[in-house]
Design a binder for this molecule. Structure first.
Ligand code: ADP
Length: 604
């Protein structure tokens, strides 16, 4: 009933008008009339100040004779049933008469019944309406589905928009073909997978791939996030699942995409307290997936970055039995992704995309898209018409370390500490064998907390690291603090981040990579989540755990000593570079290496 807009407006109108009338009535009546005592009335009578009197059962309304310069005011008093009233009135020569009580039944009905009902419905609507909004389509629209809001007839994306995920695309081509040509498969009796699970870290393009499948197959795309199913009331999520599948079946062939499926698909085991709503939703999803005809071209794609928590029932054949890995892109992939995003912006002809791809190991598609956009913003800021190499380089740093904070004023002493700290990292990196080359050293503070940083760029993506490489990595991390010790014989808080990373690496060497003599190849920790950087889970006794700490400390101490040794042996070089850095604030890799090589030839 309340969905009818016209009716609602009419109701608002009636209610508003009613309130205004009531207020006016009160105000006006109060302005125009005044109550007086009965004896004052009789006094006025004897003084012949009254023009006219109207008598009703409970009230006597008095209209006084107008006085000079005064407005005519109506008075009233309570009818106390005075027997001699008529005589007194006649004696005073007043015109008088009776007034019947207000007995209009229609009016009484309106005020006693209609108006209160309207008022209460209106109030109820107001309160529930607010609640409704708060709960997001809750109370009033129970069981209503919001999936159609996300239905797109044409996603406008194709496989050419997704770069660097060739294997994932290959696995999905078959699904596209199935959506195009279901008959071909039905004829031979083949059953195609109903669902495919896209697994990978956030931002690698899972949603984009799902959209591209829909775009390639030119079919509608229904999308919903797992968390949207789970609502306040038990049963609502299940109702949504039902609705979603019903709508999808009507529009077949089509694609249903469920993002973050782990929100509903979490394993039901080991959950003592239980979560009725989630379980019901999951059961409904399982039932729907089993229920629909596999010859009906509806394909369900789901994305998650926590495949290990999913309920086994979801993964069994006939449900999400295909797993498409959408991992972080490699060097070639990053280059391709950058090129895809550069297509929509103007850029300089001599842009070296490969160099940018090299500088962004570990970055996912979303980061790279963001970088291109940051670079475009920077180009506009510098009133340029196209993106230059330096814009992209700066964009990488903005995303890694935040914007430059030029207005931060540091004392000379602090600046000197930061300079030595950074040169410490860089020198240890340069003087150890097999490490990544230093690309840049800077002491310009950034908004994400870094007071300075040293950037190393790997020549190529690495998939395997040796024990020596890991050990060197720790030495480089501890090189900053080592430089402070060597130069100032005093230490600062600046190394906290380095310490955290170094400890993490040393610990993993002991617990996961089998790189300590003490534990040989025993696995002591396992990663809790492959795609999100969660804390590893320890699977050893408390005693072993304390030995792990000892072993970790041993590695750290060794690496620390090594860094100190290197810097002590090259103190002059360190001072020279640090002075240069203090002067220029930023040194690029080439210049830095000139210093290093210069000192080597000098030593020779
Ligand atoms: P996910 O669903 O894996 O978290 P999205 O698909 O939402 O990631 O990716 C976010 C954005 O990042 C996309 O809209 C796209 O602009 C960009 N992106 C991510 N991966 C790629 C890729 N492989 N190729 C091109 N662009 C990508």
């Amino acid at each position: 009933m309340f969905d009818n807009k016209k009716f609602r407006y009419a109701m608002y109108y009636v209610f508003g008008a009613g309130i205004i009338l009531m207020i006016l009535n009160f105000v006006l009546v109060d302005f125009k009339t005044q109550s007086i005592k009965y004896n004052e009335f009789t006094k006025m009578l004897t003084e012949k100040k009254i023009d006219e009197v109207q008598i009703s059962a409970d009230k006597i309304i008095i209209i006084p004779k107008p006085e000079e310069g005064q407005k005519k005011k109506i008075l009233y008093t309570v009818n106390i049933g005075d027997d001699q009233l008529v005589e007194k009135l006649t004696a005073a020569g007043v015109t008088f008469g009776g007034v019947a009580n207000d007995t209009n039944p229609l009016k009484a009905f309106f005020f006693n019944w209609v108006l209160p009902i309207i008022m209460f419905t209106f109030l109820g609507r107001l309160i529930f309406g607010k609640l409704d909004k708060k709960l997001g389509n809750g109370v009033m629209s129970f069981g209503k589905n919001t999936a159609k809001l996300y239905a797109e007839n044409e996603t406008g994306k194709t496989f050419s928009d997704v770069a660097g995920q060739e294997e994932a695309k290959e696995s999905l081509v078959e699904i596209v073909d199935f959506l195009h040509n279901p008959q071909k498969y039905v004829e031979i009796g083949a059953k195609l997978p109903k669902g495919a699970l896209l697994v990978g870290p956030p931002g690698t393009g899972k949603t984009l791939l799902a959209k591209a499948v829909a775009g390639e197959a030119k079919v509608p795309f229904f999308s919903m996030s797992g968390s949207e199913f789970v609502e306040m009331f038990v049963g609502m999520g299940a109702a949504r699942v039902r609705d979603l599948f019903k709508q999808a079946a009507e529009k077949a062939p089509c694609i249903i995409f469920i993002d973050e499926i782990d929100a509903i698909g979490k394993s039901r085991e080991g959950n003592i307290s239980g979560n009725d709503e989630r379980e019901q939703t999951l059961n409904q999803l399982l039932a729907e997936m089993d229920g629909f005809d596999s010859s009906k071209p509806v394909v369900i794609l789901a994305a998650t970055n926590r495949p290990e928590v999913l309920d086994k029932a979801l993964l069994r054949p006939g449900r999400f039995d295909r797993r498409v890995i959408v991992d972080r892109p490699d060097l070639k992939g990053r280059e391709a992704i950058l090129k895809v995003h550069l297509k929509s912006v103007k850029y300089s002809e001599n842009l070296d995309v490969l160099a940018i791809a090299k500088a962004t190991p570990g970055a996912v598609g979303a980061d790279l898209a963001n970088m291109v956009n940051e670079a475009a913003l920077r180009a506009v800021k510098h009133s340029r018409k196209e993106i230059m190499q330096e814009d992209l380089e700066e964009a990488i740093e903005v995303i890694l370390a935040g914007k430059e904070k030029k207005d931060r004023i540091m004392s000379d002493k602090e600046k000197k500490t930061v300079a030595f700290h950074e040169v410490g990292h860089a020198l240890v990196a340069a003087l150890l064998k097999g490490t990544d080359p230093v690309h840049k050293i800077t002491i310009v503070p950034r908004t994400m907390g870094a007071l300075g940083y040293t950037m190393q760029l790997p020549e190529e993506d690495k998939y395997l690291l040796t024990k020596e490489e890991l050990f060197n990595e720790i030495s480089i991390l501890l090189g900053g603090r080592a430089a402070e010790e060597v130069e100032f014989k005093a230490i600062s808080t600046g190394a906290s981040n380095d310490i955290e990373k170094a400890t993490q690496t040393a610990r993993s060497m002991v617990t996961m990579y089998g790189m300590s003599d003490r534990f040989d190849m025993m696995g002591l920790e396992s990663p809790s989540n492959r795609y999100l950087d969660g804390r590893p889970v320890q699977n050893c006794s408390a005693e072993t755990s304390s030995i792990i700490d000892e072993e970790t400390l041993k590695i750290i101490k060794e690496a620390h000593n090594k860094a100190v040794d290197i810097l002590e042996n090259n103190r002059e070089l360190m001072t020279k570079i640090a002075e240069r850095l203090l002067d220029k604030e930023t040194i690029m890799g080439d210049e830095f290496m000139e210093f290093v090589r210069g000192s080597e030839s000098h030593e020779d």
